[in-house]
Design a protein around this ligand. Structure first.
Ligand code: GDP
Ligand code: IMO
Ligand code: MG
Length: 429
């Protein structure tokens, strides 16, 4: 039962969409299992650029089964718009399935996400404003509305009324906003339900049946380990579990079916939103990385903060998620940026150096990164397809990263296109 979990090993936007699309060819089933439309996964196919927020990145292979599993929080209007856009561009979505158990993002979730961020003032998280946190909060507090509820008019109307009794009090009394109307929301979401109905099923059953048949299942993570609710830089995190373990809870499969964990790692680091970022570059090279790497958010268009490769954080991600192989992304962006730096430790004000990522988030604002400097290269890498053809400085950079992170780079990406990928080792074997 070969299942492979693919996750972001940094703060998101590592290139998970590109590698999922690349590995989808060797898979039969591709599953999104957590997060929601806070994710933005870019796939470049020739002249076409697709930005997917909810649809698994295996959708460009019409014969593959694509699943949005129960651990995802789903904004139905966003999914329907995405499916409409794909259909207009000639991409079939007939093989998509949506979990009946996935929780639904409601208008009050989006509204509260925005209002809460404003109320946080200088302490804001920098969320994507898509209602992700408030939707997961309702799930945990057992008042959430699920996809299956959208298929039953009376049950839906009752749940929306119950939820609005609390949310309207919050909106009017705490935030001074006008109340929301239950009838309008019920009608809108019932319509979404009717349009989604053909896709809705018990996806945990479906995935386990496929695994039992020996099919290859690829789990496509969203966000990244450092944004994990339990293991990231709390409170500057998302509200789900992007770590590899999240695939089991989110999709409803046992851990024994997972044969490999692929950690997708950019050859440098980026972060969108607020929160600690030890290797952030504030000088010109940060702008250069942003320009060369096109580092602007897929979902919100915000400029991504850019920094050097952080091997302390990478090793942490490898440990927390049991990453067996790395997919090293955007190596081509480092051309002409050298000399390069890799962070190998965090120095505290008292002079001690941490080589393990600290669980105390506050320490991160006090540390100075300890860097190893490495030679750069000036050759363009977009056409390279074999590891041995990379400039020797690039090979040395990769080998040093592998040593520090504790996992081999099985895949190396040198451009956004599917073919711009160097394969050094199998993933499903
Ligand atoms: P994701 O959220 O992890 O799927 O990543 P995003 O799609 O948000 O951001 C990654 C960006 O880098 C996208 O625009 C990709 O098309 C692009 N990309 C992916 N791999 C490479 C690569 O190896 N080189 C370059 N230059 N761009 C890449
Ligand atoms: P992909 O899948 C990068 C960040 C937000 C914010 C924090 C919390 O494309 O890698 P949320 O809206 O989730 O409550 O915001 O998490 N964030 C991401 N950053 N890539 C993403 O997804 C992200 N999804 C959320 O910027 O800092
Ligand atoms: Mg992204």
């Amino acid at each position: 039962m070969p299942a492979v979990v693919l996750i972001g090993a940094q703060w998101g936007d590592e290139g998970k969409g590109k590698i999922t699309d690349f590995l989808a060819e060797q898979s039969q089933v591709i599953v999104r299992y957590q997060g929601g439309n806070n994710a933005g996964h870019t796939i470049v196919l020739g002249t076409e650029v697709y930005k997917l927020h909810l649809t698994p990145s295996g959708i460009f292979y019409p014969e593959k089964l694509c699943v949005i599993a129960g651990g995802v929080v789903l904004d139905p209007a966003v999914l329907l718009a995405e499916l409409g856009d794909l259909a207009r561009r000639g991409v079939s979505t007939a093989n998509l399935r949506v979990s009946a158990s996935a929780h639904v993002i409601m208008p009050y979730h989006r509204l509260l996400d925005e209002l809460e961020e404003k109320a946080r003032g200088a302490g804001k998280i920098g969320t994507t404003g898509r209602g992700i946190g408030p939707a997961y909060r309702d799930k945990i507090s057992r008042s959430g509305i699920r996809v299956q509820d959208l298929l039953e008019a009376d049950a839906l109307a009752e749940k929306i009324r119950d939820n609005l009794a609390e949310k309207n009090a919050l909106l009017t009394k705490v935030y001074g906003c006008p109340p929301l109307e239950p009838e309008a929301i019920s009608a809108e979401y019932l319509d979404h339900g009717a349009r989604l109905a053909p896709y809705v099923t018990d996806t945990a059953l479906l995935i386990n049946e496929r695994l039992a048949r020996g099919e290859r299942v690829l789990f496509e993570g969203a966000q990244g380990v450092m944004l994990d609710l339990d293991h990231g830089t709390y409170p500057f995190v998302t509200s789900s579990n992007p770590v590899a373990g999240g695939a089991c809870t989110g999709a409803g499969v046992g851990p024994m079916c997972v044969s490999a964990v692929i950690g997708v790692l950019k050859a440098y680091t980026t972060r969108v939103g607020e929160g600690p970022f030890p290797t952030e570059i504030f000088e010109e090279k940060g702008d250069l990385l942003r320009r060369r790497g096109g580092e602007y958010g897929t979902t919100t268009g915000r400029a991504r903060r850019c920094g050097w490769l952080d091997a302390v954080a990478a090793r942490y991600a490898v440990r927390i998620s049991g990453i067996s192989r790395l997919a090293l992304m955007k190596l081509d962006v480092l051309t002409g940026i050298g000399p390069l730096k890799i962070c190998v430790g965090y120095r505290l004000p008292d002079g001690t150096t941490l080589t393990n990522f600290p669980s105390n988030t506050r320490l991160l604002s006090q540390i100075t990164p300890v860097y190893e400097e490495m030679s750069g290269w000036d050759e363009e890498l977009g056409g390279v397809r074999e590891f041995e053809r990379l400039p020797s400085a690039a090979r040395a950079y990769i080998r040093r990263l592998e040593e520090l992170a504790g996992a081999p780079a099985a895949l190396i990406a040198v451009g956004p296109e599917r073919e711009q990928t160097i394969v050094r080792g199998g993933v499903f074997e």
